[in-house]
Design a protein around this ligand. Structure first.
Ligand code: PMP
Length: 397
């Protein structure tokens, strides 16, 4: 069966992580994989999450299966977090969610659902997008195409070109949008663009599929999804894949949910039955641990307040690091203007340096980033920012 199988090349980003680990340079800096890190380079369990985990381990009395759609407190809490408590959609009967293994699992179930609805659907992704998006869409057997999004040469959105491209689409098309903190560019849609894209979705009939992997990492929990909520208030149908990996720091617990918004409650019931059926065919039931933890946390006012404060702290630190990095680069008399880094949101930014410069900064300074020059802002710290700015200034001269 497997005699003719040859090994695939390693995932480029995981390759960078391995090379970083093997590097013996004491000054090495890891700006690669998208995991939040503290000032001392750690990714600790949030205190609020630790408390919820403690409650879970004190109260869990069975390891029997959980219900197929997942932990109810998790689903209720997360729908409110994404849509906003008091959102009329919550009582409309049009919203159904299923707990899935991480944001990636949620995306996969969503694309499989689209495949069942329309096998000829074409999924449009932003140019560029998170590298795994295209792989997940293709794995579900759907065609992909790219809409213009980011102008790398000028460090800004290609707003007009994007709107022009979306205006050509119709009911066989799906448009994958990043809810906030765009990966890899950090450049988010403006409120005006969310309005225009919402109106185009209604007028042209394409399906918006929103990927929310960083709610609370941009500005705050509400502002980050204001555009998403406006869009959802207008369109008849939408899908949302939400990840708890970053904002709850639950990466390895594979915690996420897929939410479908349908035109009617009858169609919502049909969509739910298919989401459950697809999950049944792939992994049967969702894992319990992460969903149960978030469910406990969001059902408890004090824990929720504590979590929101911790999340706001991570967000503020990344905003401060952006400003610090920009200042340090400019202090060194670098001609290029890096102030766009301050405007961008979340964990990522494209430095906009060439692949040769990315290689040079790795070889000469042991500073590791994705080949595209995407950096994880959380990998910057007050102890490495001068070294980083010196290195950048040197390779840009
Ligand atoms: N979407 C985007 C845009 C992401 O950046 C990520 C994580 N890197 C995911 C989805 C998937 O997250 P998870 O680890 O929860 O599968």
């Amino acid at each position: 069966m497997f005699k003719h199988m040859t090994a695939l090349p390693p995932d480029p980003l995981l390759g960078i992580a391995a090379a970083f680990k093997a590097d013996s340079n004491p000054k090495k800096v890891d700006l690669g994989v998208g995991v939040y890190k503290t000032e001392d380079g750690k990714t600790p369990i949030l205190t609020s999450v630790q408390k919820a985990l403690q409650i879970l381990s004190n109260t869990e009395d069975s390891k029997s299966y959980i219900q197929a759609r997942g932990n109810q407190a998790f689903l209720d809490g997360m729908e409110k977090l994404v849509l906003g408590a008091g959102n009329a959609l919550l009582d409309s009967g049009r919203v159904e969610s299923v707990q899935c293994p991480g944001g990636t699992g949620s995306l996969r179930i969503g694309f499989e659902l689209i495949k069942r609805g329309n096998p000829n659907a074409k999924v449009w992704v932003s140019g560029p997008t998170w590298a795994n998006h295209v792989a997940v869409i293709k794995a579900a057997g759907l065609e992909t195409a790219e809409y213009p999004y980011y102008d790398k040469a000028n460090n800004q959105l290609k707003a007009d070109e994007m709107l022009e491209a979306l205006a050509q689409l119709g009911p066989n098309d799906v448009v994958l949008l990043h809810g906030c903190c765009h990966n890899p560019t950090g450049e988010d849609l403006t409120p005006e663009l969310w309005t225009k894209i919402s109106d185009l979705a209604v007028e042209k009939g394409f399906l918006p599929f929103i990927d929310i992997a960083y709610q609370g990492f941009g500005v705050d929990l509400e502002t980050d999804v204001a555009g998403v909520r406006e869009l959802l208030s207008k369109v008849p149908e939408a899908l949302i894949a939400t990840s708890c990996s970053k904002n709850f720091g639950l990466y390895r617990e594979r915690t996420g949910l897929l939410t479908s918004i349908s035109e009617t409650s009858v169609l919502a019931g049909a969509a739910l039955s298919h989401m459950l059926n697809i999950a049944r065919e792939i992994y049967s039931m969702p894992p319990s641990y992460g969903g149960a933890t978030v469910g406990i946390l969001l059902a408890d006012e004090a824990l929720t307040a504590e979590w929101k404060a911790e999340l706001a702290g991570m967000c503020a630190r990344m905003i401060d690091l952006r400003a610090l990095l920009v200042n340090k680069i400019h202090e060194r008399g670098v001609e290029e203007d890096f102030s766009f880094i301050n405007r961008q949101k979340g964990m990522f930014t494209f430095l906009g340096i060439t692949p040769e410069q990315v290689k040079a900064i790795r070889d000469e300074y042991a500073i590791y980033m994705a080949g595209s020059s995407r950096i994880n802002i959380a990998g910057v710290s007050s102890s490495n920012v001068d070294y980083l700015a010196d290195a950048l200034a040197a390779i840009l001269k």
